[in-house]
Write a protein that binds this ligand. Structure first.
Ligand code: UD1
Length: 430
């Protein structure tokens, strides 16, 4: 089993370069098969979720050529099946973006119905509602979603709740529908804007992405393009929290500071100093951090994908903080692991009540999901002693070279798959 072994207690210092946004990349890769031309995508994060989606794209016959670890060429010319196997959906839910993409291009697609996951039940009713409104016949049979239309026609669609996935999936299909589609109550996350910008670079006509109302004029054909993915807001936020929790001084580079405003605001409330430049934020942690309250909300609210990392900062802040999770029902699974490291946290329904402690202690902990895994790494970096963070395959879904980047900031962290090697590291650093 792969694990990180971390000797904590050192403030992180230095600069870190943030990679491309995973969640934008997932939408963009699916969108790329909608043209028969070749599309070149740069700043692609080299993480396992992306690599699984590339395999899913390859499995339907599309060309995927890796130019280097962060650049890929996609060609949708030789697609030979419109059925995306269950296996890929199980490994990564976002394979369901191929539903909207293939339906838009070929007016037919079949993908497996995604199940629940570690952070709770995740319905896709809004995706299906949107595709049906465009005129597709959508049926669920034997665990598969079959979507088919003679033609897709633009429609006025109101989403009953704000959903990143539904906004992207329906936007994909609508950009090759006849006529105009209006999506109301759309998600506004930076990655929605990035997917829309990418589609527009391919010849789509999408306006309003980044606001509640997205207007799409359908086009007959999309064409090739070269595109650079935006920086990853959550990777950036994770390093910002790591700087604050370890009382370090870290400059997070190659980011869009505007995307980080909710995280920046909350870190400042806890007493951290945050300095802003054109494409960087410098976070300086403090010995005297204090409590604050957070509620996760759709963008521009505080991202649910940042709440576990922020919980570690608050676990070490004087006073009582609360985190209200309003997006997913089961996103506090990491709390028990933090308690094993000495945190004082109680969960009541969708609220975590955090009484700040003076310090965390090392422990062996298991990453329950991607962002919670990153949070446990931050906790281990801040804790005294040597911690094992297990199940790091979750972390690798979304963080490229996490340990390498942390080591460059002075962290004592190594990845091991052999217990004897891990022991040697513990003896050497202890
Ligand atoms: C995306 C992100 C994920 C992030 C989440 C919220 C990707 C690949 N993943 O997930 O990292 O945590 O946004 O920012 O981009 N819902 C419905 N019906 C639907 C769809 C969603 O009720 O048809 C609900 C969900 O259960 C959840 C809320 O809407 O409570 C938001 O979910 P959504 O924005 O769709 O999340 P994902 O796109 O799955």
């Amino acid at each position: 089993m792969e694990q990180y072994v971390i000797r904590g207690g050192k403030p992180l210092q230095g600069e870190v370069i943030i990679g491309g946004a995973k969640n934008a990349a997932l939408g963009i890769l699916a969108a790329a098969v909608m043209t028969d031309d070749t599309v070149t995508i740069e700043n692609l994060p080299n993480v396992s979720d992306i690599n699984v989606l590339l395999q899913a794209i390859g499995s339907i016959g599309a060309g995927t050529r890796r130019i280097n670890k962060n650049v890929v060429e996609i060609s949708g010319k030789d697609i030979n099946t419109l059925c995306v196997e269950d296996d890929y959906i199980r490994k990564i839910r976002a394979s369901y973006y191929l539903l909207g993409a293939l339906l838009g291009k070929y007016k037919k697609a079949e993908v497996a119905l995604p199940g629940g996951c570690n952070i709770g039940s995740r319905p896709i009713d809004q995706h299906l509602k949107g595709l049906r409104a465009l005129g597709a016949k959508v049926e669920i049979d034997n665990g598969m979603i079959h979507a088919e239309a003679e033609r897709l026609t633009g429609a006025h669609i109101y989403f009953d709740n704000v959903s990143v996935g539904a906004t992207i999936n329906v936007m994909l299909a609508a950009c090759m529908a006849d006529g105009r589609t209006t999506l109301e109550n759309s998600a506004k996350e930076p990655h929605i804007v990035d997917v829309a910008n990418f589609l527009n670079s391919m010849g789509a006509n999408i306006k309003g992405a980044g606001t509640d109302v997205i207007r799409i004029n359908g086009v007959k054909e999309l064409h090739g393009c070269e595109y650079i993915i935006i920086p990853d807001q959550i990777e950036a936020g994770t390093f910002m929290c790591a700087a604050a929790a370890t009382k370090g001084d870290v400059t997070v580079r190659n980011i869009i500071p505007k995307h980080m405003e909710s995280v920046t605001a909350k870190l400042i409330e806890t007493g951290a100093k945050v300095m802003e430049g054109m494409d960087y934020l410098r976070v300086i942690g403090t010995d005297k951090s204090h409590a604050t309250s957070i509620k996760t909300l759709p963008y521009p609210g505080f991202p649910t994908d940042m709440q576990p990392q922020m919980a570690v900062v608050l676990a070490l802040a004087a006073g009582t903080s609360t985190i209200t999770e309003s997006i997913f029902e089961n996103r506090f699974k990491y709390v028990d692991e933090l308690i094993r490291m000495g945190a004082d946290i109680k969960v009541e329904g969708n609220i975590a009540i955090i009484h700040g402690v003076n310090g965390l202690k090392s422990a062996a902990v298991n990453a329950p999901d991607l962002r919670a895994g990153a949070a446990l790494v931050i906790a281990a970096l801040a804790a005294s002693g040597c911690s094992d963070v297990n199940e790091i395959r979750y972390i690798k879904r979304g963080y490229e070279d996490f340990d390498v980047k942390l080591r460059a900031l002075g962290a004592d962290i190594e990845e091991f798959s052999d217990e004897r090697d891990a022991l040697k590291f513990k003896l050497r650093t202890g």
